[in-house]
Design a protein around this ligand. Structure first.
Ligand code: IMP
Ligand code: MG
Length: 429
C-alpha cells in the first residue's frame, strides 16, 4: 500500500507525529521534497527527536528510509543529524540517499540571506537554509547532485565553472563579499563524499522492487499545501511542491500506485514567515494559543503566527491533493478556549469566496467569514477513544470534517506517541 502524507495548511500541522505513527507499520518511508527547512518532531520513550532531513521512519530499524530525488540535501546538516543519532545509540543503517537528489551548497544559505536582505520590506521570511537558491540552480541546470560527490574529477571541474564563473562574480561584484576559494571548497566536499558514500544509491530499482512486493510505502511530506510553489500564496511559498503531485515526481512513484492521500491538519492554523493569512489572530487569544502550543519554529525559533481553523484553506487542500482521510492534530491546545471560530470562506469587496483565490493581493485583503462553536474546556490529554472526547470536542471535529469534505480518522490529543484517538480505519495492514 502506498500512502502520501501531505500538510494541509502552512506547515507545522503535526506531521512528524503522524509519520511516526504510520512508520511503525511501514516498510519504507520516503522524503520527496524540501530540505532542512523542515522540522519534524517525534517524541518516543527515548525522548524527543527533531528531524530536518532524516526521514522520520529512521527510529524503526526495519523501515527503509529514503531521501528521494526531489529533496535538496545540505550534506553538512545531514552529517550532523547522522552523528546526533549515533550519540543517542542509533546507527542509521536503514538510510538511503538518492543519487539524483540535489545538494544545498555552502553558498546557497548565504545567497538566500543576501536575496532576502535585498528584498527589504518585501522579504519572504524564508528559513535562510538556501532552499530557494538550491532549487533555482537545479532548474538552471547548474546544481550539484549527491551522486556528483562520487566523481571527484567531475566535481572539481564543475566547481570551477559554477563557483568560479557564476557564484563568485555574483558574490564579489553584486554583493561585495569575498570570493569562495575553489581548492578548499573541493577538499571540503570530498570529505563529505567519503562520509556519505555508503548511503548514496540509485533509488529507482529499490523503490520499484518495493512496489512489486506490495510493500507499505509512506511518502513523508514536508511543508504544506499553502506553501506549494504553484498552489500556495506565491511568492510567499517554499521552492518545491509539497502537494501530492510533488511526492510523485520527488520519489519516482507512479500515480497509479498510490492508494491513499492522508491530509494532516492542525485544529487551528499557524504560519511562519510573511504572506496573507486571513484568519490570523492578532489578539490575546492568538497569544494564548502560541504559548500553550509552544508555537515557535523548530528550525528558526521564530514565533509562529496563529489563527483560527480555516476550512476554506483546508477544503482547498483536501480537493487539490485528493485527500481520502484526514488527521486533525493538536486539539488539546484548544482545551481552555471558551469560544472557537472556524473560517468558512472570505468576503472580498462584497463577494463571497469559498477558497483561497489565486490573486495574492485579493487574497491579502479577503476578510474571513466565521462561524462560532462553544469550546469544551476540558483536558483531553487522556482520551484514546472517540467516546472519551467531550461532546463539544466531537462536535468541533465533526463540523470540520463536514466542512472540508473528508472523514477525520486520526485525532491528536497531546505530544506523546500514545496520545492519539483513532476511529477504526486501517492505514497499512
Ligand atoms: P524557505 O522554504 O526557507 O524558502 O521559506 C519559504 C517560506 O516557507 C517561509 O515562510 C518559511 O517560513 C516557510 N517554511 C519552509 N519550511 C517550512 C516548514 O517546514 N514549516 C513551516 N513553514 C515552513
Ligand atoms: Mg515543522
Amino acid at each position: 500500500m502506498v500512502i502520501i502524507l501531505v500538510g494541509g495548511q502552512w506547515g507545522d500541522e503535526g506531521k512528524g507525529k503522524v509519520i511516526d505513527y504510520l512508520a511503525a507499520k511501514a516498510d519504507m518511508v520516503i522524503r520527496s521534497q524540501g530540505g532542512n527547512n523542515a522540522g519534524h518532531t517525534v517524541i518516543t520513550e527515548h525522548g524527543e527527536f527533531k528531524f530536518q532531513l532524516m526521514p522520520s521512519g529512521i527510529l524503526y530499524p526495519k523501515c527503509v528510509c529514503i531521501i528521494g530525488n526531489g529533496v535538496v540535501v545540505d550534506p553538512i546538516v545531514l552529517l550532523r543529524e547522522i552523528s546526533q543519532l549515533r550519540e543517542r545509540g542509533i546507527e542509521p543503517k536503514n538510510l538511503i540517499i538518492s543519487e539524483r537528489a540535489h545538494m544545498v551548497m555552502s553558498y546557497h544559505p548565504l545567497l538566500d540571506q543576501l536575496e532576502e536582505d535585498t528584498r527589504g520590506d518585501d522579504r519572504l521570511g524564508t528559513t535562510w537554509r538556501g532552499i530557494g537558491p538550491a532549487y533555482a540552480d537545479k532548474v538552471r541546470r547548474i546544481g550539484f547532485r549527491i551522486g556528483d560527490l562520487q566523481k571527484e574529477a567531475f566535481m572539481r571541474k564543475k566547481l570551477a565553472f559554477v563557483v568560479g564563473q557564476v557564484k563568485n562574480p555574483i558574490l564579489t561584484k553584486l554583493y561585495e563579499k569575498e570570493a569562495i576559494d575553489l581548492g578548499s571548497m573541493a577538499t571540503e566536499y570530498m570529505g563529505y563524499a567519503k562520509q556519505l558514500d555508503p548511503y548514496i544509491k540509485d533509488t529507482f530499482p529499490i523503490i520499484q522492487d518495493a512496489l512489486d512486493r506490495k510493500s507499505n510505502i509512506l511518502l513523508e511530506g514536508a511543508q504544506a499545501t499553502m506553501l506549494d510553489l504553484d498552489f500556495g500564496t506565491y511568492p510567499y511559498v517554499t521552492s518545491s511542491n509539497p502537494t501530492a503531485g510533488g511526492a510523485l515526481t520527488g520519489s519516482g512513484i507512479p500515480p497509479t500506485k498510490v492508494d491513499l492521500t492522508l491530509g494532516v491538519f492542525k485544529a487551528y492554523t499557524s504560519r511562519v514567515g510573511y504572506g496573507p493569512f486571513p484568519s490570523e489572530l492578532l489578539d490575546e487569544v492568538g497569544e494564548q494559543i502560541r504559548e500553550r502550543g509552544h508555537e515557535f519554529g523548530t528550525v528558526t525559533g521564530r514565533p509562529r503566527r496563529i489563527g483560527w481553523f480555516d476550512s476554506a484553506v483546508a477544503r482547498y487542500s483536501a480537493r487539490l491533493n485528493g485527500v481520502g482521510c484526514a488527521a486533525l492534530m493538536r486539539l488539546d491546545i484548544l482545551d481552555e478556549q471558551p469560544l472557537l471560530k472556524i473560517c468558512t470562506g472570505y468576503d472580498f469587496r462584497g463577494k463571497r469566496f469559498d477558497h483561497p483565490v489565486a490573486n495574492i493581493s485579493h487574497y491579502k485583503h479577503s476578510k474571513p467569514i466565521y462561524e462560532e462553536m462553544a469550546g469544551w474546556q476540558t483536558d483531553i490529554g487522556a482520551a484514546r477513544k472517540w467516546e472519551d472526547l467531550p461532546q463539544k470536542c466531537r462536535d468541533y471535529i465533526e463540523r470540520i470534517g463536514e466542512l472540508i469534505g473528508v472523514p477525520i480518522e486520526l485525532i491528536g490529543t497531546g505530544p506523546r506517541r500514545d496520545q492519539f484517538v483513532t476511529r477504526g480505519r486501517k492505514l497499512f495492514d
